[in-house]
Design a protein around this ligand. Structure first.
Ligand SMILES: Nc1ncnc2c1ncn2[C@@H]1O[C@H](COP(=O)(O)OP(=O)(O)O)[C@@H](O)[C@H]1O
Ligand SMILES: [Mg+2]
Ligand SMILES: [Zn+2]
Length: 455
C-alpha cells in the first residue's frame, strides 16, 4: 500500500495537500492536522460503503413488496420509544454525549437486556475489566452472555468479533480506537473514519447490532468529525447537563424511525431509570408559590407535552453594554422577544442585563415557550410574581402578535391534568376547548393583552 500526506480538517473532514490556517470548507481556524493516508489504487472500488449491498434489479414499485423490518426491543422503555420500537438487525447506532452523562451506563443496561436473547460483545477502550464489572455489580447486571474485551486496536477488535461471533457489539468509545496502519492519533478524522468503516464492513453483512459511543466537546458537538454521523444509521445525543438528575436522549438521525421522540431518564445509583411521566417528575420540584421571573409552559417533545419552567432575571447592568444570556433556549429567539417587548409594550430593557434559562438543564426549541419567556421577563422586570398555577403556551411574533402553536388541545389537557388553573394562550377554537375542566383559558391576541392580564 502507498501512503501520502494530507492535511485534514478535524471539524468537517475537508482534505487538502497544503496546510492552511483556516479550513476553506467550514471556516474553522487551526483545524487542519497532518495525517498519513493510504493511497487508494485508481482501479479499486470506493472502500467505504455504509450498506452491505445496495444494488437491486429494476422493478415496478407497484409490484415490489415491502418487507416489514422486525423490531428487536431492548426492554429499556425510553430507549425503545426513541428508536421507534426497538433495534433493526445490523443497525449501527452512535450514542454521543458529554463525559459522565451516562453513555456506558445506558449501554451496559441495554446489553444486559439484550444478552437474555443475544450474545453481546462489549469492547472498551476507556475502562478496565475491573471498572466495568464494578459498574455491572452496582447496576445489578449479571452478564452471563456478555463478553468483555478491553482493546483499542481496531484490527484486534475485528479479530475478537470473528472469534466471539456476537449478535450485539458495543464499542466504548470511537475516540479511543485506532488503526495501526495510520500514524495519526486516536480520535482524529482519519482514525475515526477508518475505524468506523471497518466496523461497518464487519457488522453490516453479519447483521450485528452495533453501538458506537462518542464524546462531545464543550459546545455539545461530536468531538472529531461530523462524517461519523453520515456513516451510521442512527445518531442519539444526550442533551442535558450532567449535573442534572434528568437525562434527555434525543435522536438527531434515524434511518428506521422518526427523530421526534425523546427518551427521558433519571440517573440513580442503579443506573438510568426510564421516566415515563416526566411531568410528575418535574412537578415534584416545588410548584407551590408564586415567584418573580418564573413562568411554566408545556412544550411538545415528539408526542409528549413536557412541563417546562422558564426563569428570567432582569437586573440593572453594570457594563457599558447590557448582557443577554440564554440557557436552554435560542439566544437569537430571546433577543427578538426582548425587542418585541420593548417596542410593543414599552418595557425598558436597554440598561438591564437579562438572563433566561430553562430549569432542569433541558434544551428546547418549541415556539410555545415564547409566551412563557415574555411573561417571565415582564414578571422579573416589573416585580410581579407569576402564580404557580398559571401556564403560558403560545408563539410570539416580531409584531408582538400572539399566535397558536401545534397541538394546543393536547397541551391544555396535560395542563389540566397537572392541576394548573389558568392557561394563557392564543385564540383557541371550540374543539380544542372541549376538555378544559376547571382550567380557565385566557386567550391573548398580542403582547399588550399579556401585559394587561399580568398586571
Ligand atoms: N456510585 C454511583 N452512584 C450513583 N451514580 C453514579 C455512581 N457512579 C457513577 N454514577 C453516575 O454515573 C455517571 C457516569 O456514567 P457513565 O456511564 O460512566 O458516563 P459516560 O460513559 O457517559 O462517561 C456519573 O456522572 C454519575 O452520575
Ligand atoms: Mg463511559
Ligand atoms: Zn473544515
Amino acid at each position: 500500500m502507498k501512503f501520502k500526506t494530507v492535511f485534514v480538517c478535524q471539524k468537517c473532514g475537508f482534505e487538502s495537500l497544503k496546510w492552511a490556517g483556516k479550513c476553506p470548507d467550514c471556516g474553522e481556524w487551526n483545524s487542519l492536522v497532518e495525517e498519513v493516508k493510504a493511497q487508494e489504487s485508481k482501479k479499486a472500488p470506493a472502500r467505504t460503503r455504509s450498506f452491505t449491498d445496495f444494488s437491486s434489479e429494476v422493478v415496478k414499485l407497484s409490484e415490489s413488496q415491502a418487507v416489514k423490518e422486525t423490531r428487536i426491543p431492548t426492554h429499556v422503555e425510553e430507549f425503545d420509544r426513541l428508536l421507534g420500537g426497538g433495534l433493526v438487525k445490523g443497525q449501527l447506532t452512535l450514542l454521543a454525549g458529554a463525559p459522565g452523562i451516562g453513555k456506558s451506563t445506558l449501554m451496559l443496561q441495554v446489553a444486559a437486556e439484550l444478552s437474555k436473547t443475544y450474545k453481546v460483545l462489549y469492547i472498551s477502550g476507556e475502562e478496565s475489566v475491573n471498572q466495568i464489572s464494578g459498574r455491572a455489580q452496582r447496576l445489578g447486571v449479571k452478564g452471563d452472555n456478555i463478553f468483555l474485551h478491553c482493546e483499542t486496536d481496531i484490527q484486534k477488535i475485528v479479530e475478537s468479533v470473528s472469534n466471539v461471533n456476537p449478535e450485539v457489539l458495543i464499542l466504548d468509545s470511537i475516540q479511543t480506537v485506532y488503526h495501526p496502519e495510520f500514524t495519526s492519533s486516536a480520535g482524529t478524522v482519519a482514525q475515526v473514519r477508518e475505524c468506523t468503516s471497518e466496523l461497518v464492513r464487519l457488522c453490516k453483512p453479519k447483521g450485528i447490532m452495533t453501538f458506537v459511543l462518542g464524546h462531545v466537546t464543550k459546545d455539545g458537538e461530536l468531538a472529531g468529525p461530523k462524517i461519523l454521523e453520515h456513516m451510521v444509521d442512527c445518531v442519539l445525543y444526550f442533551d442535558t447537563e450532567k449535573d442534572n438528575v434528568l437525562r434527555l436522549l434525543r435522536p438527531h438521525k434515524n434511518r428506521f424511525g422518526s427523530t421526534d421522540e425523546i427518551g427521558l431518564f433519571r440517573m440513580t445509583q442503579q443506573g438510568l431509570v426510564s421516566v415515563e411521566n416526566a411531568n410528575e417528575f418535574f412537578a415534584e420540584t416545588s410548584r407551590e408559590r408564586a415567584l418573580k421571573g418564573r413562568a411554566y409552559s408545556l412544550s411538545l417533545e415528539g408526542s409528549r407535552p413536557l412541563l417546562t419552567e422558564v426563569q428570567a432575571l432582569v437586573s440593572p447592568t453594570r457594563f457599558p453594554y447590557p448582557r443577554r444570556v440564554a440557557t436552554g433556549v435560542d439566544l437569537n429567539r430571546c433577543l427578538m422577544l426582548f425587542a418585541a417587548l420593548e417596542k410593543h409594550i414599552g418595557l425598558s430593557l436597554d440598561n438591564k442585563d437579562i438572563f433566561v434559562s430553562l430549569a432542569g438543564g433541558v434544551k428546547l426549541k418549541d415556539p410555545a415557550l415564547d409566551l412563557a419567556i415574555c411573561a417571565a421577563v415582564i414578571s422579573s422586570c416589573k416585580d410581579i410574581p407569576l402564580p404557580h398555577d398559571s401556564v403560558f403556551m403560545a408563539e410570539v411574533g416580531i409584531l408582538g402578535q400572539v399566535a397558536k402553536v401545534p397541538r394546543i388541545d393536547k397541551r391544555l389537557d396535560e395542563a389540566r391534568r397537572l392541576g394548573f388553573k389558568k392557561a394563557y394562550t392564543s385564540l383557541v377554537n371550540k374543539d380544542e376547548k372541549k376538555k378544559l375542566g376547571d382550567l380557565a383559558l385566557l386567550e391573548l391576541t398580542d403582547l399588550n393583552d399579556l401585559a394587561v392580564k399580568l398586571r
